[in-house]
Design a protein around this ligand. Structure first.
Ligand code: IMP
Ligand code: MG
Length: 185
């Protein structure tokens, strides 16, 4: 285990089982369809790579990079799109793939933005969910694990761009953790 971690939450085997379960649900729900899977960079990249390799559907794949500023209670809170989609999603069955749902601000704002582009459907798939931290309600269609309120890294998730490459997910030691001022996916 990486020395900056307090504990491992999910090892490689548990993550693989979780992804097989999520992919199975998606394969079933989208049978006969060809959804557009959108990975939210950067946190989702490893999860996404493993997930799509378990999909048996003829999917299209795109990426977006966004960050969210301010809390839901402030009207100033807004979504900043750092990298937008290359294609029009009108009439498409869209599945948004995110690493972790925390306050919910990023996903709720991104969902509102994408709804304006009139997809046929829009669903959310997140590997992790910290329900205790929610500030704004977000309906999740596919959820890997609900976890307690702790800062986790690995398997794509970072602290200050570090630890993304770890093949497991663990809780960062509090001594290393600081509250980031800007949260980017
Ligand atoms: P939200 O807008 O508060 O839901 O924030 C979601 C984003 O915050 C995620 O896409 C992550 O990039 C980041 N984030 C939230 N919690 C964690 C964590 O425990 N570890 C790493 N990143 C996190
Ligand atoms: Mg991040």
């Amino acid at each position: 285990m990486n020395q900056d971690l307090e504990t491992i939450l999910f090892d490689e085997e548990e993550l693989a089982a979780c992804i097989a379960r999520l992919a199975g649900q998606i394969n079933e729900d989208y049978a006969g369809k060809s959804p557009l899977v959108i990975g939210i960079l950067q946190g989702s990249f490893i999860f996404l790579a493993d997930l799509v390799r378990k999909l048996t559907l003829p999917i299209d794949l795109e990426f977006m990079s966004v960050s969210s500023y301010g809390s839901s209670s402030k009207s100033s809170g807004k979504l900043s799109i750092r990298m937008d989609l290359a294609t029009d999603i009108r009439g498409r069955d869209v599945i948004l793939v995110e690493d972790i749902l925390d306050s919910g601000n990023t996903l709720s704002r991104l969902r509102d933005e994408l709804q304006k582009r009139e997809p046929a459907s829009l669903r959310i798939c997140t590997l992790l969910d910290k329900p205790d931290r929610r500030e704004v309600e977000v309906e999740v269609d596919y959820r890997g694990y609900a976890i307690p309120d702790a800062f986790v890294v690995g398997y794509g998730l970072d602290f200050d761009q570090r630890y993304r490459h770890l093949p497991y997910i663990g809780v960062l030691k509090p001594i290393i953790y600081e509250t980031p001022t800007e949260k980017s996916t």
